[in-house]
Design a protein around this ligand. Sequence first.
Ligand SMILES: Nc1ncnc2c1ncn2[C@@H]1O[C@H](COP(=O)(O)OP(=O)(O)OP(=O)(O)O)[C@@H](O)[C@H]1O
Ligand SMILES: [Mg+2]
Length: 225
Amino acid sequence: MDKEGVVEFFEVTKVYRGRYYALRDITLSIKKGEFIFLVGPSGAGKTTLLKTMYMEELPEEGEVKVLGISHRGITKKDIAFLRRKIGIVFQDFRLLPDRNALENVTFSLESIGVSYKDAREKALKILTDLGLATKADNEIFDLSGGEQQKICIARALVREPVILIADEPTGNIDPKSQDEIIDLLVNIHGKGTTVIMATHNYTLLERIPVKRTVHLERGEIKKVS
Ligand SMILES: Nc1ncnc2c1ncn2[C@@H]1O[C@H](COP(=O)(O)OP(=O)(O)OP(=O)(O)O)[C@@H](O)[C@H]1O
Ligand SMILES: [Mg+2]
């Protein structure tokens, strides 16, 4: 495996329920500081590939190594380490319904040991950057779909992760907000974060100057461009 790679897949196969091949023989090396797009039709395996990167799913064959940690013999401590280093924008949001918008973001920091005061300051700044300062006290269900999506992005970015994984982060959002989110991703990438983003939205691809695009189809890499 490549020493420089922050994410390494070697001949990875992921099978759901013992019979559904969601990933087949994936070999891929992502280097520190890259901006990677993951594209492909629904069901191609994009989310599965990302879940395997943060080790929510483990492969049946091959090996996954992320920030030097192999899925083989992975411990709870390793998982905790990866959760601290990787920011994740989930396709299905996974916000905490019993906390308001601001608390969802501060919780992301407090859970890794940041004091409430610092967490609140950072969270308010990022909500302001995303145009959501006035929604800070809203309950999650009193936010629109696009606003909830932005809270997910704020929650992932606020930790200043080494790797940012974003699964269709602009799916529910109007064009202006999409541009704002892309600007944020470009900005965080400029600070050295490795960004890996799955999307159906091909027009977004044109807005990122330096990137690599991985094309998935039926669980296989068809092309890298
Ligand atoms: N937990 C699961 N159990 C069984 N099959 C699953 C499971 N999760 C995903 N799959 C199947 O694996 C395939 C890949 O799913 P995945 O969610 O990775 O696709 P995707 O490329 O992210 O699609 P989309 O663009 O719609 O988000 C799909 O056919 C899906 O039905
Ligand atoms: Mg998906």
